[in-house]
Design a protein around this ligand. Structure first.
Ligand code: SF4
Length: 497
C-alpha cells in the first residue's frame, strides 16, 4: 500500500555541542516521514548583536539535498540546541516555500521556533477568528496558528503563554518548540502522533537530551531511548534539567479519549523504531500471525508445490514473516520467498506520453523475481489497500511473471474513511472499499484468486497482544469512528493565495 503519504518527522536536541549535526542525522533517519522539504533551526547567542538568535536553514527536497553544504554546520547553524522538520504537507500547499518548517519568529518575549507533526482539526475555526481580528498570515499551514496563539496570549510567563495556546488546539499535534532557554516537547492529549525522549552522553560527561518522532533517529546518533512523551504532556527541557535529569512537566486537559494512530504500526513507522512504547517490528509480526488465523494460505494437495508467501516490500516484510511462520505452525504447507524487489531510488520519473502514469510509477518502484514466481501459487501479503490501483498493477505484474494463482492477504481491515489527523488520504469516494459493495467485487477488480482482510477485532487484538500495556488507539480510517470531531471537506490547499 503506497497510496497514502506519510506526514512529518520532527527531531530536537538540547545541550549538545554539535546540535545541528545531530539533528541532520536524526532527520535523515526520519526521511520516510516526509520528503517534500526539510529544515533545521538552532538557538545561539550573537555576540555582535548581544542577543539570542535562531539561525535557520530550510528548503525543498530530501535532507541530503537541503543540507548538501557541510559548512552550514560550522558557520550558520551554531548552538547547543535546535529542532528539525521533514515535511509532507497535510495542511498548506506543498509548493509554497513559506510553509517549510521549522517556523521561526521573534516576539515580545524573544525568539521562538516550531516544528509540528499532525493536523489541527479546529484549524479553520481558529484561522477565521484570527482573520476577523486582522491577523496577517505568513503561511497557509495550520502550524502557524500555534505561534499566533502564543504571541497573542495575555499570560506573563512564556510557558503559560504556550500552555494557553495549546489548550485551544484540537486534533493531532506532536510539537517541538524551541525558545531562547529551552526545548519544549508536546504531545496532544489524544496522543495521535508518536514522540519519544532520548539522551546521549557528551564528551565532557554531561547529558544531551533529544526528542524524535521515532526512535530509529536515536539509533543513528547513538542516543538511548528514555521514554515516550505522554499524551497531553508538555516537557520543558532546559539546562538545569539536563544537569539533574528532572524536567518541568505540565499536562493538557483531555476532552476526548486517548487515540494513538494505529496506522503507525500498520504502515507508517519504520520497523526498527519503537512507537507508542513498542517495537513496530514486533507489532507487525503479530498482525501477520493474526492474519494467518483469519485467512491462511490456500490448502494444496500432497503432490502440489507448496504456496509461496511474498511481501510487498518494505512495510509488509515482517508482516509476511509472521504470517508464514504462523501458517506453518497451523499445519499449512507454505514457504516465505522474496518475489518482489523494490527500487528505493525512485524520484520524479519521466513518463512518456501515452504511458499509464500510475502503472509506470509502480513498475519503476517494483520488479518481480520471475524464477521465484513462475508456476507457483503465490500469496501476496500487504499491509493495507487504499485506492487499490497499486495492488492491481502489482497483481498483474506477478501474473505476467508466470504465477499460477495469486492470492491477496491484507493485514488491516478495508480503509473506508479518510484521515483528518495528519495523514494525506484520498477522498472517501476514491477508496477501493467504498467503490464496491463486497469483498468478492473487489477481488474481481483486483484480479486475484482470493482476497482477505484482517478484521477490525483482529487488528485491535494483534496490537494489544504485542503491547499489552499500551494505551488506546484511533482506528477511524477503518471504522469511521472519529475520536475527535472533524471538519469534513477541509483541503490542504484551501488557504492558498
Ligand atoms: S484515521 Fe487512521 S491514519 Fe488517521 S490517525 Fe486514525 S488510525 Fe491513524
Amino acid at each position: 500500500m503506497r497510496e497514502i503519504k506519510e506526514y512529518c518527522g520532527i527531531f530536537g536536541v538540547y545541550n549538545a555541542p554539535n546540535a545541528a549535526r545531530l539533528i541532520y542525522y536524526g532527520l535523515h533517519a526520519l526521511q520516510h516521514r516526509g520528503q517534500e522539504s526539510a529544515g533545521i533551526v538552532t538557538s545561539t547567542y550573537d555576540e555582535v548583536r548581544q542577543r539570542p538568535v535562531m539561525p535557520v536553514h530550510k528548503g525543498f527536497g530530501l535532507v541530503l539535498d537541503v543540507f548538501d553544504d557541510p559548512s552550514i554546520f560550522e558557520t550558520k547553524l551554531l548552538g547547543r540546541a535546535g529542532i528539525g522538520h521533514n515535511r509532507y504537507s497535510t495542511s498548506g500547499s506543498a509548493t509554497n516555500p513559506a510553509n517549510i518548517q521549522p517556523f521561526v519568529v521573534h516576539y515580545r518575549d524573544g525568539n521562538i521556533a516550531l516544528a509540528h507533526n499532525g493536523n489541527l482539526s479546529n484549524a479553520r475555526e481558529l484561522r477565521q477568528a484570527f482573520s476577523e481580528r486582522g491577523t496577517l498570515f505568513l503561511t497557509t499551514s495550520d502550524s502557524e496558528l500555534i505561534l499566533h496563539l502564543i504571541a497573542q496570549s495575555r499570560r506573563q510567563r512564556q510557558i503559560d503563554q504556550i500552555i494557553d495556546a495549546l489548550t485551544q488546539l484540537e486534533g493531532a499535534f506532536s510539537l517541538l518548540i524551541l525558545t531562547d532557554t529551552s526545548l519544549i516537547a508536546v504531545r496532544d492529549p489524544n496522543g495521535f502522533r508518536p514522540l519519544a525522549l532520548g539522551r546521549l552522553r557528551n564528551e565532557d560527561g554531561s547529558w544531551a537530551y533529544c526528542v524524535a518522532s521515532e526512535t530509529c533517529a536515536f539509533d543513528l546518533i547513538g542516543a538511548e531511548y528514555v521514554r515516550d512523551i505522554e499524551p497531553g504532556e508538555i516537557l520543558v527541557i532546559d539546562q538545569k534539567g539536563c544537569e539533574t535529569g528532572q524536567f518541568e512537566r505540565y499536562f493538557l486537559p483531555r476532552r476526548f479519549r486517548i487515540s494513538q494512530c494505529i496506522f503507525e504500526y500498520v504502515y507508517f513507522a519504520r520497523p526498527d523504531s519503537k512507537v507508542f512504547g513498542e517495537m513496530v517490528d514486533k507489532v507487525r509480526r503479530k498482525l501477520g500471525k493474526q492474519l494467518a488465523h483469519e485467512a491462511p494460505v490456500p490448502e494444496v494437495g500432497p503432490d502440489d508445490k507448496p504456496p509461496i508467501v511474498i511481501s510487498v516490500p518494505d512495510s509488509s516484510n515482517t508482516i509476511a514473516l509472521g504470517y508464514t511462520t504462523e501458517c506453518q505452525k497451523l499445519g499449512y504447507r507454505c514457504r516465505y520467498e522474496i518475489g518482489l524487489i523494490r527500487n528505493h531510488y525512485v524520484g520524479r520519473t519521466f513518463i512518456a506520453p501515452g504511458q499509464d502514469r500510475r502503472e509506470m510509477r509502480v513498475r519503476c518502484k517494483f520488479n518481480t523475481v520471475e524464477g521465484v514466481l513462475r508456476d507457483r501459487i503465490v500469496v501476496v501479503v500487504d499491509d493495507s489497500i487504499v485506492r487499490g490501483t497499486t495492488s492491481r498493477f502489482l497483481v498483474n505484474m506477478i501474473r505476467q511473471a508466470g504465477a499460477r494463482e495469486v492470492h491477496l492477504r491484507i493485514a488491516s481491515p478495508p480503509v473506508i474513511s479518510p484521515c483528518f489527523y495528519g495523514m494525506d488520504f484520498p477522498s472517501a469516494e476514491e477508496l477501493l472499499a467504498n467503490k464496491f459493495a463486497s469483498i468478492e467485487e473487489m477481488r474481481r477488480w483486483l484480479g486475484v484468486d482470493s482476497l482477505a482482510y484482517l478484521s477490525v477485532e483482529g487488528l485491535m487484538q494483534a496490537v494489544r497482544s504485542a503491547h499489552p500495556d499500551g494505551l488506546d488507539y484511533c482506528n477511524a480510517c477503518f471504522t469511521a469512528d472519529y475520536p475527535v470531531p472533524v471538519e469534513m471537506g477541509v483541503t490542504k490547499e484551501e488557504n492558498e493565495w
